[in-house]
Design a binder for this molecule. Structure first.
Ligand SMILES: Cc1ncc(COP(=O)(O)O)c(C=O)c1O
Length: 376
């Protein structure tokens, strides 16, 4: 199959990297860093962007700025990448794991409400695979109990609900530019916010406690160095130029794939709200109701489709949370999804349209073969 590799670069990355290499500044003070912070934050409908080394330290930085620590609880979904939860633990606070919705794979606001206690300080929803959470319900809960909404938007560059982009719903949004993401420099991250004092404090902590207008060796906050490098920013500026077009291509190709496979009842795709106006489609997630999910994925992979049989664990089933303090609410849906679900990489949807037909054929063949393997 003609599925492009990821990440991919061309002469534009080489040109911008050369500009950095030819300059006396390869670190976080090159103008490319500020330029990318400004333009990416604006793209996500926020006033400020604070670049950082990755999308794990951005979560830790956000929690630090919020003053969340020992004795506090933070509600997180049972399904995500591990650092959504470990950021909370590393801050000294307790992650509280709650279940996801059966069809959106996103944190269930009803379960969030049940998990709130007087110790709860924040909720960290993840826009899973690019599908925006039920932000309206989550914001209502946050308002009612005076909680901070910190969006883990690591999957949701460009994702949009009713014209408003990921990261702009809560006080702050956290993005990752890690190797597999739809916008990547191999590593990288950013906090986006429109809150002046949050931005000021986050920028200072991430930059060794410096404050604008004061001298380089004057440090006001107990900060550290989380800065994004100019080399990463150069790649991100180039990649970002292609993001809007790539999102449109993925949206079109996924629509075609869903039309071609609409009659396959055994594949149940992740559902987004009708109010979602754009989707990054970082992970095209679905359920394989054909018998064995693993056999289905094995056959798809053998046909050349970039597929992953979901996360092997809920977050709290990871060895780290057999040891670390946490609170686990009942999560029957998350525990089911780890056995029946899969995702296709976003790069499959940057393929030419003939390849989308081949992916549809491979899905059909994998469903019937795994159905047969169960019956026989
Ligand atoms: C939901 C989520 N949160 C946080 C992260 C952490 O980002 P990074 O790998 O840039 O540290 C990732 C991905 O890697 C992620 O998928």
């Amino acid at each position: 199959m003609q599925i492009p590799t990821w990440p991919r670069a061309d002469e534009r990355e080489a040109e911008l990297l050369r500009m950095v290499l030819d300059s006396p500044q390869w670190g976080g003070f090159h103008p490319f860093v500020a330029e990318f912070e400004r333009s990416f934050a604006a793209y996500q409908h926020c006033r400020y962007g604070i670049g950082a080394m990755n999308g794990s330290v951005t979560l830790e930085l956000a929690l630090e700025v919020l003053g969340i620590g020992p004795g506090d609880e933070v509600i997180v979904p049972a399904i995500s990448f591990i650092t959504t939860a470990t950021a909370v633990s590393r801050a000294g606070a307790t992650p509280v794991f709650v279940d996801i919705e059966a069809d959106s794979y996103n944190i269930d606001p009803h379960r969030v409400r049940e998990a709130v206690t007087p110790k709860t300080k924040a909720v960290i929803p993840v826009h899973f695979g690019g599908v925006i959470c039920d932000v309206k319900a989550l914001l209502e809960i946050c308002r009612e109990y005076d909680l901070v909404l910190l969006e883990d938007a690591a999957h949701a560059h460009g994702s949009e609900h009713d014209g408003k982009r990921a990261g702009s719903f809560g006080l702050v949004g956290s993005f990752s530019f890690q190797n597999g993401k739809v916008l990547t420099a191999g590593e990288g991250g950013m906090l986006v916010t429109s809150d002046d004092s949050f931005a000021e404090r986050a920028r200072s902590i991430a930059n060794c406690g410096r404050v604008p207008g004061r001298s380089f060796y004057e440090h006001h906050a107990l900060g550290t160095n989380f800065r994004l490098s100019a080399l990463h920013a150069a790649i991100l500026v180039a990649q970002f130029e292609r993001l809007p077009e790539q999102i449109l291509q993925r949206e079109t190709n996924l629509r075609i794939l869903k039309n071609l496979t609409g009659d396959i009842k055994e594949i149940v795709w992740q559902i987004q709200s009708p109010e979602q106006t754009q989707n990054a489609h970082y992970l095209v997630t679905g359920r394989a109701d054909c018998g064995t999910r693993n056999e289905f994925c094995r056959r798809l992979a053998a046909a050349g489709v970039p597929v992953t049989p979901f996360y092997p664990h809920t977050l709290y089933q990871n060895p780290v949370y057999q040891r670390e303090k946490c609170r686990v609410m009942p999560c029957p849906i998350a525990e089911t999804r780890i056995h029946d679900s899969f995702w296709l990489s976003h790069r499959a949807f940057l393929a030419p349209q003939e390849t989308i037909q081949e992916i549809a054929d491979a899905l059909r063949a994998a469903v019937s073969a795994s159905r047969v393997s169960v019956l026989s």
